[in-house]
Structure formats: structure tokens, C-alpha cells
Design a protein around this ligand. Structure first.
Ligand code: TRP
Length: 332
């Protein structure tokens, strides 16, 4: 077995991936393969906690896999897989349901948010979602889980579940930690920059997608909300729009905030927005082209997710076997 620390994360196949997901997550994930043993999933089982259109769900997953690869996740160096292809997730998920308390799940802010937004479908899966996520993580004995701040609570719950289980049965699970990258940009909505960029504002131009066309990207930046000053200066509190654009520009060009401020000092917002748009277009262009090329090659995509499932299953079934034995199941 490799000595590298293990990284694991997953993204729900709930539509196209955003510029925020690229700059905040995928771009960083693509740099980790040398140092870590990396597992990245497409969490289809989590996705069905909200009602999905089956044809759309299939399409979204293939597109997501193509985008993972196009964003730099080499399938030879990372384990890229689809959650439902590794049955151990459902199996350990059930076991962990029995070691997760109703009270704990009731305190999850994501559950509260999602049930408030979707009052007609507050299903049991939505409630026990974090126990399945704990299984995702613990099956691979992950050390680090790169997630956005909104998922920190789920990783903390995963630790609590692992501690509880280990307390009864001895050292079965490694305790994971959330890994919130130092520079991992948190990209905000272009129209309402006090909110995180999210797919709910695609229609009004607040959110861009990895696969968006250059002209749509340019239009969105032209319309991006700024403020009534004229200075390109980072001040997240008082100038959230401009600060977000600085963040995006820096993230795409590798320049620091200071360099960016200096570059546009004395120039109007119009010029700056144009340049940010161009930087994003040039960043996403090769990714979009590569993703579309990969997406057209169904046989290749199939070979990637098959290989991923095989590699993931090997690790996952080892942990599951140990768990089953500890809790008193008879080996089949
Ligand atoms: N719950 C995560 C989200 O909504 C997705 C997820 C599922 C995940 N399983 C995971 C993230 C395991 C990290 C590790 O974003």
C-alpha cells in the first residue's frame, strides 16, 4: 500500500459545474496527485435525495466526469469513480446510520436549509445523507477531505461517528480532517456578490459554468455588479463585487491581489471587467474544448469510470469487511 496520505472528495451531479467549483475546488484538486493518493467521486446516490430526471442525471454524470478530466484530474493518477458503482458505500452507509444519532442529524444546517427550500420532499435520505457521506470518507481511510466551508459540519460529524465506532470496536477508522485550501478561492455571485456563486442564479448572469461559451462569459463580466467608486481595490466587506473580480482575475492569472490592484490602478471598471472576462475565457477555453472532446468518446469515459470503480472497490471492500467482522456479521 502507498505511504501517501489519502484525499477524498465528491461533487453532486446536480447539473453543470460552475466557475466557482473550478477555481475553488477542481483547480486545486488537480495539483494534489503527486503528494497524495486522491479519490474523487461523482455522488449519484446523494443526488437522488432531491428528485432527478433520470436521463438528465445520466448525462450530467458523464459530463461531470469529462470535466473532472479536462480540469486536470488525470484518471491514471487519481481514482475517479461513480459512487453507486461501489456498493460498499450503500453497505457501510446503512451500518453507520445505526451509529449516528437522530439529534446529530437534526442539527445539520444543510438538512435544515434543504428541507426549508424543498418542503414537499423532505425524505429520509435527505435526513441521513451525512451518514452516507461519512461512509464515503471512512471507507477509504481518508486523511483529508477537501470541501467548501458549507461541508465542514459533515466532516466533523464523520469524525464523531468514527470516534464513536472506534470507541466501541477499536481502531477501525482513520479520523479525517476537512481540508480547506489556503488560496482556494471562494467565488461569489457576479450579480449579488454577497452570495456564493451558485447555479440558482445562472439565468440572471450571476453564475458562470465551466462549459460556458466565450461570448456568454464576456457578457456576464460586462454586466457584473461593482460599486460607485472607481478604484480597483480589494476590500471584501465594502467592495464585494470588485473584490470578487480581483479574486477571479488573480486566480486565473496567478497574480497576487496587490499585482492586480497595481495593474489596474487609474483605469476604469470597464477596462478591468473586460480583462477579467478575457482571463476567464482563456482559462476555460482549453478545458471546454477538452471536455467536449472527451464527452464525445463514450468508450473512453466508460473505461475511466470502470477503472475507477475497480480501484475504489479494492480499498472500500477492505474496510467494509473489517467493519462487518467487528459488528458481528458472519462472513458470506
Ligand atoms: N455533501 C457534499 C456536497 O454536497 C458531496 C459529498 C458527498 C462529499 N460525499 C462526500 C464531499 C464525501 C466530500 C466527501 O458538496
Amino acid at each position: 500500500m502507498s505511504e501517501k496520505k489519502i484525499i477524498l472528495s465528491g461533487i453532486q451531479p446536480s447539473g453543470a459545474m460552475t466557475l466557482g467549483t473550478y477555481l475553488g475546488a477542481l483547480k486545486n484538486w488537480a495539483t494534489l496527485a503527486d503528494e497524495f493518493d486522491c479519490y474523487y467521486m461523482i455522488v449519484d446516490m446523494h443526488a437522488i435525495t432531491a428528485r432527478q430526471n433520470p436521463a438528465e442525471l445520466r448525462k450530467t454524470q458523464l459530463s461531470q466526469l469529462a470535466q473532472y478530466i479536462a480540469c486536470g484530474l488525470d484518471p491514471e493518477q487519481n481514482t475517479l469513480f461513480i459512487q453507486s458503482h461501489v456498493p460498499a458505500h450503500a453497505q457501510l452507509g446503512w451500518v453507520l446510520n445505526c451509529y449516528t444519532m437522530f439529534g446529530e442529524l437534526s442539527r445539520m444546517t444543510q438538512f435544515k436549509d434543504k428541507s426549508a427550500k424543498n418542503a414537499e420532499n423532505i425524505n429520509a435520505g435527505l435526513f441521513t445523507y451525512p451518514a452516507l457521506q461519512a461512509a464515503d470518507i471512512l471507507l477509504y481511510q481518508a486523511d483529508l477531505v477537501p470541501v467548501g466551508a458549507d461541508q465542514k459540519q459533515h466532516v466533523e460529524l464523520t469524525r464523531d461517528i468514527a470516534l464513536r465506532f472506534n470507541g466501541i470496536y477499536g481502531d477501525v477508522f482513520k479520523l479525517p480532517e476537512p481540508y480547506i485550501p489556503k488560496i482556494g478561492a471562494k467565488i461569489m455571485d457576479l450579480q449579488s456578490p454577497e452570495n456564493k456563486m451558485s447555479k440558482s442564479s445562472i439565468a440572471d448572469g450571476g453564475c458562470l459554468l465551466i462549459l460556458d461559451k466565450p461570448e456568454d462569459i464576456m457578457r456576464a463580466f460586462k454586466r457584473a455588479v461593482t460599486d460607485s467608486e472607481t478604484q480597483v481595490r480589494f476590500d471584501a466587506e465594502n467592495k464585494p463585487g470588485i473584490s470578487n473580480l480581483i479574486q477571479i482575475y488573480s486566480s486565473c492569472t496567478g497574480k497576487t491581489f496587490e499585482e492586480t490592484e497595481a495593474e489596474f490602478s487609474g483605469q476604469g471598471y470597464g477596462t478591468f471587467k473586460q480583462s477579467v472576462g478575457e482571463a476567464v475565457v482563456e482559462t476555460l477555453r482549453p478545458i471546454r474544448e477538452e471536455a467536449l472532446k472527451i464527452l464525445a468518446d463514450k468508450a473512453y469515459l466508460e473505461s475511466v469510470y470502470r477503472l475507477g470503480a475497480e480501484k475504489a472497490s479494492r480499498q472500500a471492500s477492505r474496510t467494509l469487511r473489517k467493519v462487518y467482522k467487528k459488528i458481528g456479521f458472519i462472513e458470506a
